[in-house]
Design a binder for this molecule. Structure first.
Ligand code: PHE
Length: 350
């Protein structure tokens, strides 16, 4: 291989090794630049004769053109590669499914709360809401709960800032404080009629909402839901409570032959008190008694704290657990699943 051929060869090699346009321009300078090797060869012809210059010059020119061709080819190859990279990076796969805004839905417990409100609404019950941070008065004292009742202990109740040293504020442990709050409002609204010895429209209300207790296992969550019910009038009886609650359960569970049982119990704010159990006659839960609510006749002291005369007014109250109703309705056996926020679990209820 002669000197010029090997020059072309080494230029071509160096161009091939240049990975970027900047490298390539540096490589070019080594051959075609002002003091590049081709330029040096041209300068070297000065001493040659005219004849020699002619043939030598032509040969150098051939080599120079070969180097320029190699340079152009390499430039093009680098530009092509660059373009390919860019195309790849910006590529759109038009066959991919479109991205949609996530479809939201209601939480299963919210679905239950809506269902409860719908059913009791159709039976003439109002819906009331109240604060989750309660005073000792509404949560305990007004509800006839004695000073030393275990529910008042730190093991059971989350106390928060505010209130007084002997009666600190707390996260409500049940929705029963709404019995007092709502009744007091109702009585205030009808004060004039009451004072004039006229009849007060019955109180018929449910109060759903979040409640809190120091408790956590498969069937207890420190935050859970309750729905209070209160019915106060001059002629209300346990029978009425049983009728509406049976109606509610049958509608809620879409089970016409479901049976109710009132099992004697104790709550400071009702006397007598009863747990309400239900029994399905068909389906996977058929046969066993399932507790769904606490209930009772509102204690005279509580009726008094509502601003009403317990000799004249009689009240019935119940408190149910919408979380438990949701578990029973859908056959879920761990309450915590509802509050873990796992979309895979929650989306099944849409
Ligand atoms: N508040 C009671 C509880 O949390 C339930 C209840 C409500 C009982 C109303 C009687 C009347 O367990």
């Amino acid at each position: 291989m002669n000197e010029l051929d090997s020059l072309v060869e080494s230029a071509t090699q160096l161009f091939a090794q240049s990975a970027t346009p900047a490298d390539l321009e540096n490589a070019k300078a080594q051959f075609l630049g002002k003091s590049g090797r081709v330029t040096e060869l041209m300068k070297g012809m000065a001493q040659l004769s005219v004849e020699e210059k002619k043939s030598r010059g032509a040969a150098i020119n051939v080599a120079k053109q070969a180097i320029e061709a190699a340079l152009t080819a390499r430039r093009q190859a680098l530009a092509d590669a660059e373009l390919q990279l860019q195309l790849k990076a910006e590529a759109l796969d038009v066959s991919l499914p479109g991205r949609q805004r996530g479809q939201g839905g209601l939480h299963p417990v919210s679905l239950t709360l809506e269902r409860i409100q719908g059913i009791f609404g159709s039976m003439g019950f109002d819906v009331a809401e109240g604060p989750e941070i309660e005073t000792d008065w509404f949560n305990f004292t007004a509800l006839n709960t004695p000073e030393d009742h275990p529910a008042r202990s730190m093991h059971d109740t989350f106390y928060v800032e505010g209130g007084t040293a002997t009666a600190p504020n707390l996260l409500r442990t049940h929705t029963s404080p709404m019995q007092i709050r709502h009744a007091v409002q109702h009585v205030k609204k009808h004060r004039a009629a009451l004072d004039a010895g006229q009849a007060m429209p019955e109180i018929r209300v449910i109060a759903p909402g979040r409640t809190y207790r120091v408790d956590s296992d498969a069937t207890h969550s420190p935050m859970f839901h309750q729905c209070e019910g209160l019915w106060v009038g001059e002629n209300v009886s346990f029978k009425d409570l049983k009728v509406i609650f049976t109606d509610f359960c049958r509608t809620f569970f879409e089970s016409e032959d479901l049976v109710l049982r009132f099992r004697p119990s104790f709550f400071p704010f009702t006397e007598p008190s009863a747990e309400i159990d239900i029994q399905f006659q068909t389906g996977p839960l058929a046969g066993s008694w399932l507790e769904v609510a606490g209930s009772g006749q509102v204690h005279p002291n509580v009726v008094r704290n509502m601003g009403l005369d317990p000799e004249k007014y009689i009240g019935f109250a119940f408190g149910m657990g919408p979380d438990r109703l949701t578990m029973l309705r859908y056959g879920v056996n761990d309450l915590r699943l509802f509050f873990d926020g796992d979309i895979r679990f929650l989306s099944q209820f849409q």
